[in-house]
Ligand binder design. Structure first.
Ligand code: CAA
Length: 440
């Protein structure tokens, strides 16, 4: 069967930067290490006054199309995944197509366009839709463009404010992909949850502590469901495990949980239980408080073991390098985790061809999904082409007054007009609500 997967990827960051330890922490009266060590973040990307989900998505897509030498006729489907949409009727993909049509001779009249919503997991769901469309033979030789784009902003003073971010990831899905092949097997954990909501409001209502527990619960179910179709997960089978990263500290928790699950049926856990002097029994977790405490102690001990630390350093830590500098990109977040890992592999001179990734996506509301990916032999060229380091270095570093001003300007309830902090160059810029971006 021909491989189907991600052929190419491009990343577009918001052009502003908020330094968390240097600018945010002093204003909040917090220890900078709460952000760098606790949440695992150094900075957030933030949109300038001329940027929004359309411009960032169109800029990422345009860069991707130029690099791959594509014309509109090569694309049969455009799906935008976002939880920052401003239009309840017209999908954001139509605005993005409108931008792209300004710079290409052809148009996208033939393309099926849509918008996917299920919080942060929608980017992965759009990949699934594209995969299924190609597998069903409905693509007429064309590829799909999937764009995950968000301005992940929280109300000022909300605990989530430290985890903000803004950026877009554009992905080309096709047969014989250059980057990764997607597995047919998937596992899900899905339940009706109310810890993170945006019912017709710009900033989310979040129960942050509960959202962390819901993420972990759904992710555990997804791993179990994945194993029921793909067989037991063994740590050595996967070079990296990119997870949805609202902030790296969240992934630290998810990784420990996944690790514990994966070693449960092996002699490794027995060895560790002997070493620690306690045998965990998960089934008692819900009913027995003493047992819950014992299990927490066990997990704390587990994360101090050499074996866990080595696995975390090799399979998880490299997935977090971009996220640490940009914060949460909601739908794009797991896709920058994959890109981070492959970028680190490239920098380490590691040969990744045929290596496998275990990808864990998550969306509040809530649903987790696990699938596997196999790295293809064109990966090096694809990752070399990313200019994410340059983009991050070029961001304008805001002081606190700048931040307050631009946050207010992005708050649709406030009538604030703010000057641009950066000068747009060769990119689409925001041109008024409901209108497509203009290229400057
Ligand atoms: N040095 C080192 N570490 C420190 C520290 C210091 N001086 N001070 C605090 N810390 C640690 C804390 O111990 C904590 O770590 P652990 O969780 O491992 O114990 C970490 O820093 C964060 O500190 P707090 O828990 O006190 O932080 P908070 O309550 O202010 O905010 C949060 C945390 C509730 C997660 C908040 O960031 C939030 O609401 N975020 C938005 C919601 C979110 O991202 N949820 C994630 C799951 S939902 C999801 O994934 C979907 C999505 O994208 C939104």
């Amino acid at each position: 069967m021909t491989a189907v997967g991600i052929d190419a990827i491009e990343i577009w960051t918001g052009n502003l930067k908020l330094d968390l330890p240097g600018t945010f922490a002093p204003q909040k009266g917090e220890d900078p290490e709460k952000y760098t060590k606790g949440l695992g973040l150094n900075a957030s990307s933030f949109p300038d006054s001329y940027e929004d989900i359309v411009t960032m998505g169109a800029n990422a897509a345009h860069r991707l199309m130029e690099r791959k030498g594509l014309e509109p006729d090569d694309i049969g489907r455009i799906d935008v995944a976002t939880e920052s949409s401003f239009d309840n009727s017209k999908p954001v993909s139509t605005y993005v197509a409108g931008c792209l049509e300004q710079v290409y001779d052809g148009d996208f009249h033939h393309a099926n366009k849509g918008e996917r919503k299920f919080a942060c997991i929608a980017g992965t769901q759009s990949l699934d839709d594209a995969y299924n469309w190609i597998r069903a033979g409905r693509n007429r030789g064309r590829s799909a463009l999937v764009i995950a784009t968000d301005t992940a902003l929280y109300a000022r003073g909300d605990a989530g404010e430290a985890t903000q971010g803004a950026g877009a990831v554009a992905m080309l899905i096709s047969e014989d992909p250059d980057l990764v092949e997607l597995s047919a097997e998937q596992g899900y954990g899905s339940a009706d949850e109310t810890d993170f909501l945006k019912p017709n409001q710009q900033f989310p209502s979040v129960d942050g502590k509960r959202s962390v527990q819901v993420y972990l619960a759904r992710m555990r179910e997804a791993v179990e469901d994945y194993e029921s179709v793909a067989g037991d997960v063994h740590l050595d089978d996967f070079a990296y495990a990119p997870f949805h990263t609202p902030f790296p500290g969240m992934v630290r928790k998810a990784a420990l949980l996944a690790y514990r699950h994966v070693i449960r049926n092996t002699s490794v856990e027995e060895e560790l239980a002997d070493e620690i002097g306690r045998q965990p029994r998960a089934e008692a977790f819900d009913t027995d408080e003493a047992y819950r405490d014992a299990l927490r102690d066990y997990m704390d001990s587990l994360k101090e073991t050499d074996r866990y630390r080595e696995w975390y350093a090799e399979a998880i830590d490299p997935t977090l390098s971009i996220s640490r500098e940009v914060g949460n990109w909601y739908t794009g977040s797991v896709h920058i985790a994959r890109a981070s890992a492959l970028k680190e592999a490239l920098e380490d001179g590691r040969d990744m061809t045929d290596e496998r990734l275990l990808v864990g996506s998550y969306g509040s509301g809530a649903q987790a999904e696990i699938h596997a990916e196999t790295v293809q032999d064109g990966w090096e060229k694809e990752i070399e082409a990313l200019n994410v380091d340059e983009q991050l270095a070029e961001r304008y570093d805001m002081d606190w007054e700048d931040y307050e001003e631009i946050h207010d300007a992005h708050n649709h309830e406030m009538d604030v007009d703010v000057e641009e902090f950066t000068t747009p160059s060769e990119e689409f810029v925001f041109d008024g609500w409901g209108r497509m971006g203009e290229r400057k």
